[in-house]
Design a protein around this ligand. Sequence first.
Ligand SMILES: [Zn+2]
Length: 356
Amino acid sequence: MDALLEKPGVAQRAAALAFVRKQIVFLDSEGSEIEKNIIEVFPELQVIGVDANGVAHERKFKPARQGDTRGWETIDEALFTCEAERIVRELNQVLVADECPKEDRSVILLPGIMFLQTHETIGHALELDRILGYELAFAGGSFVTLNDFGSLRYGSEKLTARANATVPNSPGSFGYDDDGVPAQDNLLIDKGILVGAITGRQMVEEANATARRQIFHGSSGANRATTFYRVPIERMTNINIDPGTDGNLEDIIKNTEKGIVLDGDKSWSIGSNREQFHFATEIGWLVEDGEITKVVKNATYKGETLKFYNSLSAVGDESTWEVKYVDNCGKGQPNQIMQLGHGVPVCRFDNVRIGE
Ligand SMILES: [Zn+2]
């Protein structure tokens, strides 16, 4: 695989594999006896090049999880060969591309950046321990309050998000959480309205008591610990966006007057309460009057979480939906690293500031 990346334009290359094996035996005083043996393989290809100004650019590939396995069998040689050629080609396009313009445009996020948008501004914002203030000293809080459940308009009617721990073979699917609660598929945002959170047994009790009403009816089965000597805390399962009815990527591009297609997470900066964000992506393709015109480099976008999701104007269909994984989500003191997934479609947001 390495030889496929050793090409003109590539100054540095990496073909990496990370492995996770978890053996969990869960016993509790309520009579649960749960044994789990979970194996994950996280492959990645990455190429880095330097443009004429001496600025480094990168392009990478991480496969989506839509197969019927999650182990070594996910290493599909034909797929990796094809994707290696693509990332080298796209890196070389970025190296000679014009700068991303500084202006407002519609941004069309491919799953390769939409997963991170979802992770940072829906997933982390809806972890109940953060909402209650338990992560303030480390990972931050959330702009969401207990009063918001059932009424806050988080996004446009096109936004339906869920925590679905039953997606086959995703790292966010694990059978039972570390409270012994079975995997569930729960709505977080229903047609734009905030209706649920990522919860464990203890925080649900505390939140209901604090709010003096029953916001949450039982744990959503999202309490996990990295190992036996760490306390389980609320962790994302698979935080997904439902596919929409706005067609495939070509259809969405065709219906966009002035936009930019973005892919690949390069850097991210998020408000400590997840109220605003700034992301740099690996590549951008400008869209003018329904057609892609050219590649640009140093593509970035930023926004305020609620305003951004309320500007969601197109959601791609099932053909655009991919399960991306996160193998290094950090949270808690002492720090715990967790693995999870995001099933996301192509999404278009309007009037977004890009290029700065
Ligand atoms: Zn995270």
